[in-house]
Design a protein around this ligand. Structure first.
Ligand code: EPU
Length: 354
């Protein structure tokens, strides 16, 4: 096992923020985790699991031991009457997996195309886009307990998925721990994820951007590959490519309010973009709230608000003069304050601040 020292992380986080891992071990297999946990110098040290770095803001050098997950592999592991079960190593690139499943005739992940990051990170925040969430296609995952070294498997219920949420985002002591009352934040390393891809596939439509593509192309029965291509085009037109402009996707979650609260806001702000949820509550478009406060295109230092989608914060300084994590967080706090002052709504950041 090689412990690398002072490893630059600029190319390992999608914001492109400059920071170092003081110590880093590359995890290419379960055996590499066992080696770390059996090493007397490392077993008790705090650990930070790094995947594709697409959902983090680095505010300084990372002091805990960084476990950089590079477990690879994609295969069909089984099938039943309803679904193909595809397994991928946690270190695989998410979009490459989506492409691979479609090329091999296993549809179902097409609405989640082009989401940056690695496979292992997808259940952590239950990624979602265009009417599909990871939990809709999830079968199970394998992980290793970072305290005991024990491997374990979780099904969807045990992952306690919610909107951009799972048991991996909560600590065991937090009041907000997952449905089972326990949390696995910083306690587990996800090694492999299995997806159940439906044999009776049906397109998930109903989003304005997809409807527009159907009208333009006059295709009214799109197959999975067609939807994949549309989603790639939609995302490319609206969201910055992290290879070109550093970012971490949507920076805030879309907040949920009660119907009464929403009606109250609508009286003051008739144009507010909102969606009724099945449980009677209402989801508000955070991008609209931020946009309405005039933030599009504004910046703090080299951290800016993307001019085509106000929910995305970007690194305007590129690789040579990148934004700092401090600038990103100052900008984020200023946005939270102004949205709170105007709408009385607290926006919750999506990425993990390290
Ligand atoms: N809007 C504005 N101004 C803006 C941005 C948005 O008025 O600057 C309005 C739009 O016109 C639209 C509404 O807000 O009416 C919603 O915008 P959009 O369709 O772009 O979706 P979103 O709610 O901002 C969510 C996800 C995205 C996902 C899209 C599509 C969250 C936090 N974000 O964005 O996920 O791709 O829906 O399903 O739920 C991500 O999580 O990183 C991400 C990109």
């Amino acid at each position: 096992m090689l412990v690398e020292k002072n490893v630059p992380l600029q190319s390992s986080n999608s914001f492109g923020i400059v920071a170092k891992a003081l110590s880093l071990v590359r995890i290419k297999s379960e055996a590499d985790i066992a080696a770390v946990l059996q090493d007397p110098a490392l077993q008790a040290s705090p650990k930070f699991v790094l995947g594709g770095g697409s959902n983090i803001v680095l505010t300084g050098d990372v002091k805990p031991l960084v476990l950089k997950v590079e477990i690879m592999g994609r295969r069909l592991v089984s099938e039943n009457a309803k679904a193909w079960i595809v397994e991928a190593g946690a270190g695989e690139n998410w979009h490459d997996l989506v492409t691979w499943t479609l090329q091999n005739g296993y549809p179902g992940l097409e609405n989640l195309a082009l989401i940056p990051g690695t496979v292992g990170a997808t259940p952590v925040q239950n990624i979602g886009a265009y009417g599909v969430e990871l939990q809709d296609r999830f079968d199970s995952l394998d992980a290793i307990d970072l305290t005991t070294g024990q491997p374990f498997t979780l099904d969807a219920a045990q992952c306690a998925f919610g909107y951009r949420d799972s048991v991996f985002k909560h600590s065991s002591t937090a009041r907000s721990a997952g449905a089972q009352g326990f949390g696995l934040a910083d306690k587990a390393l996800i090694t492999r994820v299995r997806f159940a891809l439906p044999k009776a596939w049906k397109p998930v439509l109903g989003y304005a951007d997809i409807d527009k593509k159907m009208l333009q192309s006059k295709v009214d029965m799109p197959d999975a590959l067609q939807i994949y291509e549309w989603i790639c085009e939609i995302r490319k037109a609206k969201l910055p490519d992290p290879q070109v402009i550093g970012n971490a996707g949507s920076f805030f979650k879309n907040p949920t309010v009660s119907l009464e609260q929403c009606e109250d806001i609508i009286q003051r702000e008739p144009k507010i973009v909102h969606y009724r949820l099945a449980d009677g509550s209402v989801k508000l478009a955070a991008g609209w709230l931020i946009d309405a406060c005039g933030w599009k295109g504004k910046s703090v230092g080299n951290a800016g608000v993307y001019d085509k989608q106000a929910l995305v914060l970007v690194n305007k300084g590129g690789v040579s003069n990148p934004a700092t994590g401090g600038e990103v967080m100052t900008l984020a706090k200023a946005i939270q304050t102004s949205v709170y002052e105007r709408f009385g709504i607290r926006l919750e950041p999506e990425p993990v601040v390290v």
